[in-house]
Design a binder for this molecule. Structure first.
Ligand SMILES: [Mn+2]
Length: 269
């Protein structure tokens, strides 16, 4: 990674916060160490909307998003909704002050760009949302009981993920969508598989994900579009156990960067 340059845009997708496989610590580190003018969180940042499942590291990631979205930073932070974090709009704008979009279009260097999560092009998910929801409920129940059956929960997670993996279908759907929208570059997530494909002058990129053994992200800048692999550093795997630590991370999140114009006087009476 070229840490010296300022990218126009950094894109990451499919962090699946709330899942035990989520690589939140690494993602937070990436955001702290990279320089960019726009951040696009390209969907499925949450595995589901059950905030009780978030760990200390996952709360820290949300805290970092909130810091970045502070108007003083003069950065644009964009959240594009995925199929797992559908219905987030109100929660996220309140919690971290970020705008949520179904799809997000921008221009850079005279080129039209479009970012959309990609489940819209995955017929299986579109036709089987209810079935998918059923498995999600089972999965959550298994996790809740914290059975010795953790391998079972993992198995279902993998199964669920495999169902969602339809790289080529998402790619061709996205390329068609880009053409309809007049975009020359289109960016998706959802498949957890980073890739790029050129077709009839339109470029498709997939940002991959942050729950598998490989974590990837995309940068856009004067150097063009690049898919990067995050490389582990010492400290990425320190233990993070203990509910009290999670509590303190939540407290830190809640207490961080309070708006300075809050009217405490009125609250005190
Ligand atoms: Mn998805």
């Amino acid at each position: 990674m070229d840490e010296g340059s300022v990218h126009d845009t950094l894109i990451l997708s499919d962090l699946h916060l709330g899942s035990e496989c989520s690589r939140a610590r690494e993602a937070t580190r990436l955001l702290k160490e990279s320089r960019f003018r726009r951040l696009i969180l390209l969907g499925d940042i949450f595995a589901n909307l059950d905030f009780r499942r978030l760990t200390k590291e996952q709360w820290k990631f949300l805290g970092q998003i909130r810091k970045l979205s502070n108007p003083k930073r003069n950065l644009e932070v964009v959240w594009v909704e995925g199929n797992h974090d559908e219905g987030l709009t109100d929660i996220m704008s309140a919690l971290v002050g970020v705008q949520v979009y179904q799809e997000y279009a921008w221009e850079y260097g005279g080129v039209q760009h479009l970012a959309i999560h990609g489940h819209q092009f995955d017929r299986f998910v579109v036709n089987n949302l209810r079935l998918n929801h059923f498995w999600t409920v089972i999965y959550l129940k298994l996790q809740k009981f914290d059975l010795k059956g953790k391998p079972v929960a993992r198995f279902i997670d993998r199964l669920n993920t495999r169902w969602l993996r339809m790289s080529s279908k998402v790619a061709s759907g996205a390329l068609l969508h880009a053409r309809l929208r007049g975009a020359e570059r289109i960016f998706c997530g959802h498949t957890h598989e980073a890739m790029q494909q050129l077709q009839d002058g339109v470029q498709y990129y997939n940002a991959g994900g942050w729950i598998d053994s490989t974590q990837t992200y995309i940068t856009i800048g004067s150097e063009g579009v690049q898919i990067h692999e995050y490389h582990e550093r010492p400290g990425d795997h320190d233990s993070e156990k203990g509910p009290s630590e999670t509590d303190s991370a939540i407290a830190e999140f809640a207490g961080s960067e309070l708006p300075e114009d809050v009217e405490y006087e009125n609250i005190g009476g």
